[in-house]
Design a protein around this ligand. Sequence first.
Ligand code: 5AD
Ligand code: SF4
Length: 451
Amino acid sequence: MSDPAPAKRLFIKTYGCQMNVYDSERMADVLSPLGYAITDTPEGADLVVLNTCHIREKATEKVYSELGKLKEMRDERLADGGSRMTIAVAGCVAQAEGEEIMRRQPAVDLVVGPQAYHQLPELIARTHRARGERLSADFAPEEKFDALAPAGRRATGVTAFLTVQEGCDKFCTFCVVPYTRGGEWSRSPETIEAEARELAAQGVREVTLLGQNVNAYAGEGGLAALVRRLARIPGLDRIRYTTSHPCDMDDSLIAAHAEVEALMPYLHLPVQSGSDRILKAMNRSHTAQSYIRLIEKIRTARPDIALSGDFIVGFPGERDSDFEATLSLVREVGYAAAFSFKYSRRPGTPASAMPGQVDEAVKTERLARLNGVLDEQARSFNTSQIGRVLPVLFERPGRNPGQLIGRSPYLQAVHATAPDHLIGQIVSLRIESAARMSLAGELISEDLVSA
Ligand code: 5AD
Ligand code: SF4
């Protein structure tokens, strides 16, 4: 375990009225979960916020002269080998002058108007990132990926995970990932392909491409091009990827679902909520309707695709009517699988400081109702496979002797009586019965299918 991050020092200089005094306290509140503690001088501060006032003549000039002093202080400290001070301008001058401030005084790192204080953690994280720093991180992505370099990667079965992307730039207001994992970062297609070839050479037949925002993969041609490239590797018959953001689900990736045989018909595409009001407060940058339209497009490309999602109940401010909107989106989409969570306050995230935190009992009740609908959908999706013949990749022995377990193209676990030598093979199974979590199948012949 590493030591907790040392406290960072925050100096806020407040000009003007009581409103600004109140706002300064709020800024200190939203920043404290990120490890910022108030200090009463700018010397040694990691972050200085000038909370400005516009009301009196020359107030703006006073701000510029203060900024000049801060710049000197910052430069001196840097010259002495000290840490870099981040300088922010908030309040009414920020509102009135906007980016002009940064033009006049380039030492200013960020400008934030009174309507946007809840975004301070995000803005500060972005500023640090622009300088290649992180607010809190247990490793730099490059180091981690070096540790995952293809040479020596040992496969332990017929399926493998393959990290292609890390981090997230989306800043959903409930989520710590953008702060802890940093910005979106993608490995090169060449290193990924080399690792995939190595895995295939060791008998891996299915890879799941991993990334916090995997469909924001930024190698040339995006995730679609990567999938097409990996699909050409001999022996690699199945490709999956997770987790995706609706806003990065572009047409080329949708087309790949229609055209690339190795790309499995299963997509985890979290929506989080069906209420536009809550989606907005979550900073999700999609609406319920745009998500549903996207699903329609994906289903047009690949009609049998199995969808899964993540849902949060009890986000701050969620009313009964918002929760009902989530239920109705779930009914409209129809999920094959899902993960649902009670909202939990994560320190440092904007939502943790939002008003309208929902009672635990209400969250529990909503989660139970949502799970009721989702379980029913999973069960009916599984039941709909009964009588079908599905290609199943056998992965390992099952619970009972003589049984093997594998996965259908739709990621369902399927067990069947079958000889051990079929582990690692894709075989045709007729589906005989279904439970919520798995299917039972019967081997119809030992003939292998290709995908
Ligand atoms: N509270 C509840 N669920 C959360 N998730 C992320 N952060 C929170 C939180 N603070 C869920 C989201 C995300 C999944 C990986 O975890 O649904 O998609
Ligand atoms: Fe990023 Fe996903 Fe977290 Fe949103 S929920 S900030 S998309 S990792």
